[in-house]
Design a protein around this ligand. Structure first.
Ligand SMILES: [Zn+2]
Length: 449
């Protein structure tokens, strides 16, 4: 979650030089009429979640509700390159108001993932101390620290203050928004890279072609590019419609990534599914013909033919609707008994769930965030549900805690129980249900990974 925030900043800055085919008018948004990757006009609708407010527009608690814009949240699929994308691009100036704070730091699951990435790279493509590893959108240097400790040369490229933390830890980091110019500067500084990494960069940045072009220009002839993206198949299988909001412009399958990378002379050589962000995909690519293509590539591409078929997209839509009516039914029973529900966690995805399902402050009293969160003292977008400090869960002991970061429920439940919460938990997705312990949810997370 935290790591994704950094890439949002990149998008915010990019609003000054908007992508050619996405010139946003004064109305603040533009309908996507052409595929963002292949320019095809053959886009079909998968799902429409209604109109959603910008996730970072959060008025202070106590202020009178004022007019607030909402934007259509429709998921479209390109018939030509298979890319799934949001149907409306909102001006980053609106999505990231000046008050939008940057918070650094990475979660346990991300740290473990990057340590595992290092181990996988060293076993598949062993590096020597001479090899350079460049991370695009390097944040606080968590990913690179593994390579740095392993004795390899590293360079981070990061536009936000998080780069300071990396430098303090000895990770050489350039302060820059990534583009072709930054790529050139990186090569001038350190030479060409054996490995370039980019985790959660492709979903947010408007002009994805210039990013891939810049990355390709930094690679040695036999260099390898490793990207990590939230995986469309996980999104569909575990009904993660709540990851659909306007900051996420694209939802990648390996099929769509193949089209994007090939248009810049890159070939996918290895694919691995990883558990971050509720199910992501790690894709290795190299210049065409320079590296052996592993069987994992064809296996995943074959599987996607059925996983992203018309039938599975229709079933996904049905499951989204069922999850909404199911959550209503479950909450209806609780409210009839006069019991209280507090929600826990206000990530961006919580705003989509709350607005799509239509929860208000009569159904859930508040959303709780850990101490120090900038969201405390504000209303959830589009509602008058206040965001309050998490300690309230233990002092008030409501009957239920609704987990809005449900994709890490098995990590959250023991934590909240250890802090002294004695009530039950509501896990809203994929199937809304009430659980008492982490063991009841772990199998669902395993499916998402
Ligand atoms: Zn396309």
């Amino acid at each position: 979650m935290k790591r994704a925030k950094k890439t949002k900043k990149v998008t915010a800055k990019k609003s000054t030089n908007k992508a050619k085919n996405l010139a946003i008018g004064t109305g603040g948004s533009i309908a996507v009429e052409k595929c963002q990757v292949c320019n095809s006009k053959d886009l079909k609708s998968i799902l429409f979640l209604g109109y959603l407010p910008p996730v970072n527009t959060m008025p202070a608690v106590g202020t009178q509700p004022k007019e607030q814009p909402s934007y259509p949240a429709e998921m479209l699929q390109c018939e030509k390159c298979q890319l799934v994308q949001i149907g409306c691009v909102v001006d980053p100036e609106i999505l990231f108001p000046p008050s939008y704070p940057y918070t650094s730091g990475t979660t346990k699951i991300l740290r473990e993932n990057f340590a595992e990435l290092y181990r996988e790279v060293m076993s598949l493509y062993p590096l020597t101390p001479k090899d350079l590893v460049v991370d695009v959108g390097s944040n606080d240097g968590t990913l690179l620290s593994n390579f740095h400790l392993g004795g390899h040369k590293v360079l981070g490229i990061e536009p936000t203050n998080a780069g300071k933390i990396a430098r303090k830890n000895g990770i050489d980091t350039m302060t820059a928004f990534f583009n072709k110019k930054a790529a050139k500067a990186a090569v001038a500084k350190k030479g060409k890279a054996s490995i370039v990494t980019a985790a959660n960069v492709f979903a947010h940045i408007e002009d994805v072609h210039s990013i891939v072009e810049g990355i390709a220009s930094m690679l040695k002839d036999d260099g390898i590019f490793i990207s990590e993206s939230h995986y469309l198949v996980s999104l569909l299988e575990t009904v993660q419609y709540d990851t659909i909001y306007h900051e996420h412009l694209r939802y990648y399958s390996v099929t769509a990534l193949k089209y994007l990378l090939e248009s810049h002379g890159l070939e996918i050589i290895h694919v691995k599914k990883i558990p971050t962000h509720g199910g992501s995909v790690r894709v290795y690519a190299a210049k065409k013909g320079k590296r052996t293509v592993r069987p994992t590539v064809q296996q995943v591409l074959n599987a996607e033919k059925t996983q992203i078929s018309e039938g599975s997209l229709r079933r996904f839509r049905d499951k989204v609707v069922q999850s909404k009516t199911g959550l209503h039914a479950l909450l209806n029973d609780i409210k009839k008994r006069g019991e209280k529900v507090y929600a826990v966690g206000a990530p961006s995805r919580a705003s989509t769930l709350i607005n799509y399902v239509g929860l208000d402050d009569g159904i859930i009293d508040c959303v709780l965030e850990i101490q120090g969160s900038y969201k405390i003292g504000k209303y959830v977008p589009g509602t008058t549900i206040p965001v309050l400090e998490e300690s309230k869960l233990v002092t008030d002991q409501p009957a239920y805690a609704l987990l809005l970061s449900w994709h890490i429920a098995s990590e959250l439940i023991p934590k909240l129980t250890a802090k002294g919460f004695r009530g039950k938990f509501i896990v809203p997705l994929p199937n809304p249900r009430i659980v008492s312990s982490a063991t009841e949810v772990s199998h669902v997370e395993a499916a998402a990974a």
